[in-house]
Ligand binder design. Structure first.
Ligand code: HPA
Length: 280
């Protein structure tokens, strides 16, 4: 059964979720991109919850993406982790894409930590590089605050001047260095997809100041910022942007590169969570 998601409906969903899953002190929501399995040292993976059991809207299948969330626990504390994410290009509305992050915000999360896959716009970013996102350019043509959503969860015109928390970015760069991974910071250009960019678009996005291009994350970031959550996003550049090398792009290539670099990203995320939440 599918039904429309509304702000009031989402508040009810959050209350039911809090009671059923005893979310306690929800510290953060994590949104992992293509093919990343989390390991959070000091935390136990609790129940895996199907999105279909939580949200009223119809789910769309996508190869390589699971449609569940895992509630990680450490004493009374929890972290809600999305296993995969919802994308606008699958046909989800901006409100549906942002629903898991808003759910976490309603349950008290003060932090959103996301990863995604992207194409490099700069020939100096080799495939497999990690990029700590410093800012974004939203070219998706959508915003999750349009209409009544914009009036329901925070200021209708939220400031985006430091959307990607400078302190968390410093922490991420330091944690990556400690783990022995080279990272750089850069701007994430967000497009709707699902077709990859043309070479002319890749050149344009690079000239606009983008370091990487991807098809996700920005709706969640905007929704999180409206609710006052701090945001950290780490992008895995899985391939050079179209036209930067002389071969076509494929979804399989993105998934394969994601799987190859997933170990690095898993280690980095574990280290970051340890440093962000050192515990009792
Ligand atoms: N473009 C857009 N999104 C992507 C890409 C790309 O080249 N690679 C992975 N996600």
């Amino acid at each position: 059964m599918s039904a429309e998601l509304t702000p009031a409906g989402l508040r009810e969903i959050a209350e039911r979720f809090r009671e059923r899953h005893r979310t306690g002190a929800l510290r953060a929501v994590m949104v992992a991109g293509s093919g990343i399995r989390l390991e959070l040292p000091g935390w136990e993976a609790g129940e895996e919850i199907a999105l279909a059991e939580v949200f009223p809207f119809r789910l769309h299948e996508l190869v390589g993406h699971r449609q569940t969330m895992t509630l990680w626990r450490r004493g009374q504390e929890t972290i809600l982790a999305m296993n995969g994410r919802l994308h606008l290009y699958q046909g989800y509305s901006p409100a549906e894409v942002a629903a898991p992050v808003r759910l976490a915000g309603l349950l008290g999360a003060e932090l959103m930590l996301a990863t995604n896959a992207s194409g490099a716009l700069d020939p100096d970013i080799p495939a497999g590089s990690l990029v700590v996102v410093s800012d974004h350019i939203n070219l998706q043509g959508f915003n999750p605050l349009v209409g009544e959503w914009g009036r329901s969860f925070g200021p209708p015109f939220p400031d985006m001047s430091e959307a990607y928390d400078p302190e968390l970015r410093r922490l991420a760069v330091a944690a990556a260095a400690a783990a022995g991974f080279a990272v750089r910071e850069g701007v994430y250009a967000a497009v709707l997809g699902p077709s990859f960019e043309t070479p002319a678009e890749v050149r344009m996005l690079g000239q606009l100041g983008g370091a990487v291009v991807g098809m996700s994350t920005v709706p969640e970031v905007i929704a999180a910022r409206q609710m006052g959550m701090k945001v950290l996003v780490i992008s895995l550049a899985t391939n050079p942007g179209a036209g930067l090398v002389d071969r076509p792009l494929s979804h399989e290539e993105v998934l394969e590169a994601g799987a190859a670099a997933a170990d690095n990203l898993r280690v980095l995320l574990g280290l970051l969570v340890q440093r962000m939440f050192p515990g009792p």
